[in-house]
Design a protein around this ligand. Structure first.
Ligand code: FAD
Length: 278
């Protein structure tokens, strides 16, 4: 059992917990993206075990008739071991997802994984069509070229600011510069994609920009936000937009929870207040 403080950000340790939270969000109008927590596996059997848990998850989502898709991490499926292991595990998940019509997102990790992740996405959409999406990070200087390369492929593109601290020569590091790059990436996406754009952000200014561009270009887009972050805003936006909540779960929840607590003063205060019972 995860403690009550952590369950604001993490659904629980097993598939049943994740599906219960997914059902509660669906009831309030939010489709969800389920992510089994795990990354940087160096052991093939651990990567295979997460692959199999994702396949079980896909079946379970469909048995319960939930409005849910999944999001995987390349190094969780073995990219640190080899591209072959990663691609083999991803293909098995995509086969199961395609049988059940479940959408699969590929999260983007640090810059050392970008080439392999983009290539895996290209093969995935070639084989499985538009049932796959990839995340692109505005902080990386290469991303406008990646977006151009992927814009007319059939899948979806999730645009985010970028969560990893990257080398200065490869990435923007100041908040102002990353925000500027993110704005420009959103504009590029609305110029070059007819649909399939996801804005993965809690930033009102970026959502407003996407709204304006969608109206100008007659392009549809979805918003994606994390469980536990600005949930009131998520429900309010869902009145007029398609808003997905990204829901992490699994036994490896501690480091994820710690990251959420440390990234914002208000989250840390929430944690301290919960511990003190106030
Ligand atoms: P920020 O400028 O960080 O925040 C904007 C405003 O939102 C803040 O002023 C604050 O009011 C609020 N806010 C933001 N975060 C929090 C918080 N944790 N608690 C409370 N308030 C907050 N990154 C990757 O590198 N790879 C991925 O695959 C990836 N997938 C993602 C999927 C989803 C669905 C989302 C939402 C994010 C993902 N990210 C990913 C993370 C992303 O790169 C950013 O690090 C993260 O979203 C914070 O940036 P922001 O756009 O919300 O803007």
């Amino acid at each position: 059992m995860i403690p009550p403080i952590a369950n604001r950000f993490v659904a629980g340790e097993n598939i049943g917990d994740a599906l219960d939270v997914a059902a509660s969000r669906n009831e309030r109008g939010l489709p969800v993206i389920l992510n089994l927590l795990g990354e940087h596996f160096e052991d093939k059997s651990v990567a295979k075990s997460d692959r199999d848990e994702y396949i079980e998850l896909i079946t379970a989502i469909n048995q319960r008739g939930l409005d849910a898709c999944i999001s995987i991490k390349p190094t969780q499926l073995g990219l640190d071991i080899s591209e072959e292991v990663f691609n083999g595990n991803l293909e098995k998940i995509l086969e199961a997802a395609s049988e059940h019509d479940t959408f699969v997102w590929i999260d983007m990790e640090d810059h050392t994984t970008t080439d392999a992740t983009v290539e895996a996405y290209e093969s995935a959409v070639e084989q499985f069509g538009g049932q796959v999406g990839i995340c692109l990070q505005a902080n990386l200087k290469r991303t406008p070229q990646d977006l151009e390369r992927l814009a007319d492929k059939p899948g979806k593109l999730r645009l985010v600011k970028g969560a990893y601290k990257e080398p200065k020569d490869l990435a923007y590091r100041s908040k102002e510069r990353v925000d500027e790059a993110y704005r420009s990436l959103i504009e590029q996406a609305f110029r070059s994609c007819d649909d399939g754009i996801a804005i993965g952000s809690h930033d009102d200014k970026m959502i407003k920009l996407a709204d304006e561009l969608a109206a100008e270009t007659d392009t549809t887009y979805e918003i994606q936000m994390l469980m536990g972050v600005r949930e009131d805003l998520q429900y309010a936006l869902a009145e007029e937009h398609e808003v997905y909540q990204y829901i992490p779960f699994g036994g490896r929840w501690k480091s994820y929870f710690y990251r959420r607590l440390m990234e914002r003063k208000e989250n840390l205060l929430f944690g301290i207040r919960a511990i003190l019972g106030r």
